[in-house]
Design a protein around this ligand. Sequence first.
Ligand code: NAP
Length: 275
Amino acid sequence: MQIDNNTKLFGVFGNPVAHSLSPAMHNRAFAATGYKGVYLPFHIEKIEPAIAAIRTLGIRGVSVTLPHKVTIMEGLDRLDPLAGRIGAVNTIVNTDGVLTGYNTDCFGAVSALEQYSDIKGKDVAIIGAGGAARAIGWGVSDAGGKVVVVNRSVEKGEQLADDLNAAFLALDRIDELEADILVNATPVGMHPNSGGLPVPAGVFRPGMLAMDIVYTPLKTEFLKQAQSARSRIIDGLTMFVLQGARQFELWTGLDAPIDAMREAVLEKINYSGDH
Ligand code: NAP
């Protein structure tokens, strides 16, 4: 790809950010579509000068990752209503100096589930009550799913369930769970602690849809156990790539080359050995 005076700059703001898979994914998307863009990782300590940099340098689009997804909201000009309800931004679009914040994690999770099942009317249990669970919970609620928040810490879990007008179940009572769809939104099972299981294997049922949002390793213990119980499975890369695809579409107005983006991330994971 030729970088020249018309090339637009994009990036990811995070801390840490060195292992982010987003540069590989988005640079591949630019190459696959012929869009003149380049995407870089930026290690960000302080939000205020980082926002000023977007404006000063004319950075066209930014992904926002931990720990900045909430604090960055203050510095933006506009907020997509869904990002406002979730209370976190993972995407910034710079339109002629006006910075708008979006949350595409929500879109990524719901689109991943909808590739396999209707959500409307389904009992959807989300394990975890952190930032990812919050985004997924809002998305599933908006799509008509009946959410049950399952969390280790009762206070945090009940808070999210209240916000979503959903049910709550303490993680240590998970044996009582009856769900059509089960989503792991905790980091349990992630490299280098692969092998960890957020729920007992007895929870999985034939025909249940089980989605993990952890993607290193690609086939987590959660997904292995679900598959052994004849549940259907969705890996964490599906959500990651679909949230990235939505970012790409917001930034460029083009259809995202989803297969090429997934391929780029898979190559990167295999290369780094995080599997
Ligand atoms: P977070 O805000 O730190 O929340 C983590 C949640 O997991 C908390 O509710 C916590 O429960 C629970 N948890 C942590 N360790 C646990 C354990 N040992 N047993 C039971 N529950 C445990 O994290 P997050 O931002 O939501 O991210 C969660 C995971 O999703 C991370 O691995 C992240 O990389 C991944 N993620 C993936 C995607 C994707 O696109 N695939 C997108 C976003 C995030 P307590 O409340 O009890 O502490």
